[in-house]
Design a protein around this ligand. Structure first.
Ligand code: PAN
Ligand code: ZN
Length: 195
């Protein structure tokens, strides 16, 4: 066995995101995300009703815990759905160590990766199976399911990156991805203020 953890290889189910060797599974429901959606009243109604699962993250057993040079990886599955006209999405974050980039690879479904720099400049990158996107340093990233099946992707990032959810919770993203006339569009978020 090389290293401290037995998990050297893993098998991803591309359509569900499940890992053959899993360490932790994170589950995010509408109730965890109410304050992030534009239509908070609609989110409350959903949260108090079925409170559906919006997304899950599958993490392998950590190979090199606490080693800053390590690489971490995970799969994320975002289920299809909307809150008002806003698609189901992840919380989104900057990396605490802002210089750390990340790589995303789509494996199933149709999504958009919403990227935003520190000045609020944003770009929405369409993703599907096979799309690889480099998430640049100092760039907040949130994924959105714009299809009617699960949107699944794989991500790799440096252990030392860390996740800063606080600035998104406080200021949000400068843009949102909404459904208009049956299509995803990126619209500016009037509530966003530069931190
Ligand atoms: C991804 C994300 C994952 C869930 O693995 O952590 O898609 O999104 P949130 O972390 O915003 O809830 C990643 O970007 N890791 O750095
Ligand atoms: Zn990240």
């Amino acid at each position: 066995m090389l290293g401290s953890s037995p998990v050297l290889a893993n098998v991803i189910d591309f359509s569900s995101g499940a890992l053959s060797e899993v360490g932790e599974v994170l589950l995010r429901r509408v109730s965890d995300l109410v304050l992030l959606f534009g239509d908070k009243a609609a989110a409350e109604v959903l949260a108090e009703g079925d409170n559906p699962v919006v997304y899950q993250v599958f993490l392998p057993p950590e190979r090199e815990p606490g080693r800053p040079e390590a690489l971490l990886y995970a799969t994320t599955v975002i289920y299809p759905g909307k809150v008002g006209d806003e698609y189901f999405m992840t919380k989104g974050h900057f990396h605490v160590e802002g210089e750390c980039p990340e790589v995303y690879l789509g494996t199933a479904g149709r999504g958009m990766l919403l990227l935003m720099d520190r000045h609020g400049r944003a770009e929405a990158v369409p993703m599907q199976a096979g799309t690889v996107v480099y998430v640049p340093p100092e760039t907040a990233h949130r994924t959105v399911n714009v299809g009617d099946a699960p949107f699944v992707f794989f991500a790799v990032w440096p252990e030392k990156a860390g996740h800063d959810y606080q600035s998104i919770a406080a200021h949000g993203f400068s843009h949102r991805i909404l459904e208009e006339h049956g299509r995803p569009v990126m619209v500016s978020n009037p509530d966003w203020r530069q931190p």
